[in-house]
Every structure is written in C-alpha cells, then in structure tokens.
Ligand binder design. Sequence first.
Ligand code: GDP
Length: 379
Amino acid sequence: MEYVGFATLPNQVHRKSVKKGFDFTLMVAGESGLGKSTLVNSLFLTDLYKDRKLLNAEERITQTVEITKHTVDIEEKGVKLKLTIVDTPGFGDAVNNTECWKSVADYIDQQFEQYFRDESGLNRKNIQDNRVHCCLYFISPFGHGLRPLDVEFMKALHEKVNIVPILAKADTLTPTEVKKKKFKIREEIQQYGIKIYQFPDCDSDEDEDFKQQDQELKDSIPFAVIGSNTVVEAKGKRVRGRLYPWGIVEVENSAHCDFVKLRNMLVRTHMQDLKDVTRETHYENYRAHCIQSMTRMVVKERNRNKLTRESGTDFPIPVIPSTTDTETEKLIREKDEEVQRRHSEHEPEHEHSHDEHSDRPLEPHSDLGLDPGPEPEAS
Ligand code: GDP
C-alpha cells in the first residue's frame, strides 16, 4: 500500500490540543475539618505550581460557608492546564445538616444549564466550560464506615458528577485499620447503591504491569490520603509531611498513603476519562432531561395556541424545567439582543482576539501575566 499520510492524524490532533490548552474542574466535598483544603494544596501546589498559594488553611476555615471557585493556570513542558477547584461548604458544623448536599447539587446543575444554554446559543466557539469533572468526597476516618449523611450526599450527586471517595487523614489510622475501613466503605457503597466513578476496564492487550497497576488502583478505593502544607526533613530529604513526636508521615510516600496514587489517577491517567464521562454520561443525562421537559412545554404551548407559529423546526429555547411563559419570552428577547450585539460587534472582532483569551480565566488572579494565551507559534 502506498503511504498517503493520514498516519499523521494523531500528531495533528496532538498539536492542536496542546495549542488550545486543557482544562479541568475538580470539586471537593465532605465534612469540614477533614483536610480538604490542605489536600488540594498538596495536590496541586508543590508539583505543578510551586510558588503559588491558594488560600491557606486558616483562611479556609472561616471561609468554607459557601461554594468558592479558584482557578490556576499551570504549565508543564509547554502544556497548559487551566485547573479550577470548587470548594464546597464543609458541612457538619451546622446543627441541621439535612439537605446540605442541595447547594452542591444545584451548583453542578447550574454549570450544566449554563453549558446547555451556551451550546444552543449563537456563539458556540468560545464556550466557557465550567462543568464539574470530578468530586473528591471526603469520608471521616473516625466513623465506622459511612455515616447516613455521607450516603445521602453521595446519592444526591452520583448521577451528576464523578464521585471519587477519599478516606481522609489516613495518618490517624494504622495500616490494618485503613484496610478494614476501606473494605467496609467499599461494601457500604455497594450496599447502598452508590454509583461512584468507575475506572474504565483496561484493554486486554495491555501489558501485565499495566494491568496490575490498574487493578491496584481499583482496589485502593477509597483513597486513603494525608495532606500537609509543611515541608519537613526525612532522612536528609525535604519532603511534604507531618511531623509527630514519634516520627514523620510523608504525603508522597506510597507506603504511608495513597496520595501519589490519587494524584497520578487525577492528573496522569484518568483526567481525560473523567472529562469524557462527564460529557457523555452526566451532561448527556441532564441534557436529555432538559430537552424532554422543553418538548413537553412546546407541545403544551402549541395545543393551547394552534394559530401561532407553524414551524416544527424552531429549536426550543433552553429553559429550566420549571419555566413559565413569561420567562420564555424573556429568553427569546435575550437571544434577539444577543444577535444584535453580535452584529454590531462584528467589525472590530480581530482587534479583540486578545480579549477573548483574557476572559478565559474565571477569576483573574492577582499576579503575573501567566495566562495570556498561547504564544503565536509558527504553524
Ligand atoms: P477542611 O475544612 O476540610 O478544608 O480542612 P483543612 O484542610 O482546613 O484541615 C483542617 C485541619 O486538619 C487542619 O488543622 C489541618 O492541618 C489538619 N489536617 C489536614 N490534613 C490532614 C491529614 O491528612 N492528617 C491530619 N492528621 N491532619 C490533617
């Protein structure tokens, strides 16, 4: 066979996606004080973003009463990643914790809704995608397995987001206890019908090493982690860890906890799969649901007013299920305005291409110009 050249397709895709950059949105949830903020710092600060501080633990403690979002632009070997961390209110402090998952579930839905609107709107090119790709759910090491609240929380979210359960503060447990707790939690997850993120099966033609690693990863659920914001000296090396009178626990030592496993999973091996599942399963569910209720609404409207618009081709405007007629009208108006606006914006568009990059980060960070788009690369 002659060589035509489509074998370069993977390279073309690669070049394009590197140029465009990647994004990932990670949410943390669970009782307050379980080390969520500390872990996020440990996960992304040391390795990927050495000199930057997210909020420190003290600031967080006073702050975790509402959902906060933080974006960092990270670059490694020329590959850009826009990482968004969504921190949710640490529940457990309040006397009444019923429905504490509600605001989190609403938040996830809102991101889907926004995406759905944008996707069916006029400017689909530069959609800001804020959909949540993964939720690390922190489980207390002090309970006996899952508490009712954990079950309730995860069940409220499991159809909306990829849940990865985390056994927090693993340094407070002995290895045997960790093992037992993990087993119990896995059992309960099954028993209560909680659908956590499923690692994809690995291909049968993968090598044995890879298969074994994959199996180990699956058996590690829930990841037992340790977080720390301090660097200590262990055997002459400076490592991130926790210093106790009897010794040091090292965050990145896989004999001490699953931190590295978790980070590799999130960053190196399963980031794309988490995004794919978000898009293909969770978002798709939301979208189907929305379209269903919109269709119902349109049919109802038609039946009510048979004299009006005849066409069956007009794509219904995305509206949330509980919408009313006046809201629909408002949306149509908004769309009209958008058309007008885009018309009038049309001429200076080239001049603005820089702006388009600058509205990518959600919350402009204070420092340096790290994020202005990709360097113009000779193509
Ligand atoms: P959050 O409320 O879940 O965000 O929890 P923080 O990250 O603010 O941590 C609460 C407290 O637990 C702080 O004093 C941390 O130093 C401590 N902490 C964080 N991670 C760990 C851990 O892995 N092990 C232990 N023993 N303590 C931790």
